[in-house]
Design a protein around this ligand. Sequence first.
Ligand code: ADP
Length: 619
Amino acid sequence: MNSKIKFFQSIHFKIALVFALVLLITIEIIGAVFVRQLERQNLNTFKQQIELPAYIENSISEQLSNTNRKSANKKIKAILSDVNNVNITEIRVVDSKGIIRGTSSVNNQSIVGQKTTNEDIKKTISNNRSYDQNVYDDKTNARYYVSSLPLLNSSTNSSVVGSLYIRANLESVYASINKITLLSLSAAIVAIALGLLVAIVISRAISVPIDEMKKQSIRIARGDFSGHVKVYGNDELGQLAGAVNNLSVRVEEAQDSTEADRRRLDGVLRHMSDGVLATDRRGNVTIINETAVDLLSSSSEESVGMSILDVLHIRQDYTIRELLESEEEIIIDLSTDANELILHAYFSLIQRESGFISGLVCVLHDITEQQHEEQERRQFVSNVSHELRTPLTSVRSYVEALSDGAWEDPELAPNFLAVVQDETERMIRMINDLLSLSRMDAGTSKLNFEYVNLNELINYILNRFDMILNSDDQPSKTYKIDRKITTKDLWVDLDTDKFTQVVDNLMNNAIKYSPDGGTITVRLLETHNHVILTISDQGLGIPRKDIAHVFDRFFRVDKARSRKQGGTGLGLAISKEVINLLGGQIWVDSIEGRGSNFYISLPYVPYEGDEWDDDSENS
Ligand code: ADP
């Protein structure tokens, strides 16, 4: 577009050339007509000049009618010598028989008396007509005008008595014509040169503003609106320059507004929590926002220009045509081994008012969490149903056996009733556990915070466990509790009941999943801003793959065993919720077959006064 224009292709040159050519043609035509006219005029004047007076013709005719040839010839000679016309080269008189009777040429008197050979003279005599023509004489290198006139009988004026042949040198006439032609030619050359000069000036006046406008248009196309075309006048070019300036302003305004729109759209797209992709008619991605890039873990440069089917990894299941035609909502599962990702994609068409479809917009929404929750909820309902069905089924079968007559058996009946009672209690426990979990889920569970000395609280709980062991004469399982508890008072904000429930649960588990006679070690220590309670046993331990799940609802490493021990599978789940509500954390490490360590950490702000006390004790 911005190719350099060669001088010969430029308007500048073309205008000057046309101007010069028109001038040349005009001058040529005028010159030709003028010279032609001049020539004719001069020749006419010349002919008039060489015309002989009538009386000379008459007296020659008279002499030709004279029968005395000798005296007649003499007289003719005298008459001819009298003619004093400088333009005439020769006058020849020929009689009706074609005999030359006289000539004005002094050197050529010998031809008198000879028969003429000139065709024009012969024709004049026989036809009684005059003939004239311009001839070129090679010998003298000059142009001549020759004319032969019929001479008539002077008395009757009807019969031809001879012919008068005049020969005149035309060189003087042509010399003057040539002089004038030369003059007009030089005038033409001067005129053309001047015309060319004027043409160059005029074409410059036209081409300079055009050139400026060309440059400005190129700048506008490049997006540079700073320039301004100079308006030279109010002619068409001036108006065009004004229009170009106007155009520049309009294009700039339009560009600014499109740019602003684009930036607004960019901003909206960037801050959207949903992924957005737009494609062209063929389904190739034209816009992709950052959220979409993150979700699809690609780069935006890579994705732009690619088919949306490849970007969304759905080429196997859909075609662009299907997406365009059905405006579907689809679920795309992009889960890998490492992480789970489920996207909901909603497609809509970009359609003009005319109905022409110019592309697709796809909105992506990450529904992994939602799907997960949905899945968990379903799992939970199924777990609850299952957990309740097992004790209910066994209660029903024992009650059936009792009503079938076992109630009368003094040995069986109390046993059966004890099982029914156990199962019912377990169900009630489970329902209570579920209720407290659901309260915590809903956030309606109330916490009664108290400022308690954790050191004292833990010792109190462990004393209770020691007492149970001692009060029972024949305990099903014995254990030893090893206390490694700091002597320092640790004052912590707690809901005592709920916290006690958690420690009870951990202690019960430690006993439950340990062999008879195991040692349970309880440690309590403080760090800079936490207190950490550890309950360690030497029991079964937890398989590595299950460690991550022990805090899940209804999760049990060994379902049958747990159930037999009266477990609900909800204890650790509740513990976790409680500790979270108290602002702490609970976790476990374990080696299968060697034992488990359960940890609870709670936020703790050391009380200054204690340190003073400690110091005074130490000193
Ligand atoms: P349960 O009522 O079954 O004890 P919990 O939620 O208290 O339910 O515990 C979940 C599962 O974690 C138990 O079934 C058991 O398999 C495992 N578990 C908990 N504590 C221990 C422990 N101290 N040693 C080994 N396994 C344990």
